[in-house]
Design a binder for this molecule. Sequence first.
Ligand code: 0WE
Length: 255
Amino acid sequence: MGMMDGRRALIFGVANDHSIAWAIAQALHREGAELGFTYVNEAIEKRVRPLAESLGVQTVLPCDVSKDDEIAATFDAIKERWGRVDVVIHAVAFALREELKGRMLNTSRAGFHLALDVSTYSLIAIARCAEPLMSRGASLLTLSYLGAEKVVPNYNVMGIAKAALEASVRYLAYDLGPQGIRVNAISAGPIRTLSAAGISGFKDMLHHHEARAALRRSVGADEVAGAALYLCSDLGSGVTGEVMHVDCGYSIIGM
Ligand code: 0WE
């Protein structure tokens, strides 16, 4: 008996086997959920298909979350295959690399639009398409980061996108609450994923985190997946509009 037996989960944002979305996928699968994955382009498709196959997952769909028609087509395909969806994992973010260094002051208008479109608006668009396929007990989950609440040097426009994402979680939770659909976020500590690759100084950031977090270590993707399972299963049935920190207690420290 799994906690997610009979549930269907659609997961946006698996890029490779280091992805937080992949850790969440494995946890949902272990508890009996039937999974579907989306990929943004051919390069990612090449990574996602073998991972999907390793879990016996046949639902692998193209979806660029910056395109409304692709999100609509994804949920049309899900409606066709499953008739409904119980869990949606939104683990997608993008900012231009040049926006993730130097002064936030220098964020370009185009860079701002791109970061908030892909990283923030996509959750709203996905929630709107998911709603007709969801019933009481269904839930959406997204991923955030401390840079939404506090200044993290170089995180810049992504911090603004995550702040808007966290506010979107609350407004979506309010809108979808009457139907018994929950919306939450996990604010994860820094994890070595593709998103972190090539970010200058990331290794030093991890060391900084490990020295200062209450637990004196960094968090694993599997630990984020454990919290995701709680929030998306019946264990979390009374929790909505919440941003849960899964960061080894880094964010509770004042000094
Ligand atoms: O949300 C993130 C990273 C999201 C991200 C990563 C990239 C890298 C490649 C968004 N867009 C891009 N664009 C690219 O071209 N994190 C929580 C990880 C992260 O990224 C940082 C961090 C942390 C932590 C960037 C600067 C400072 C800290």
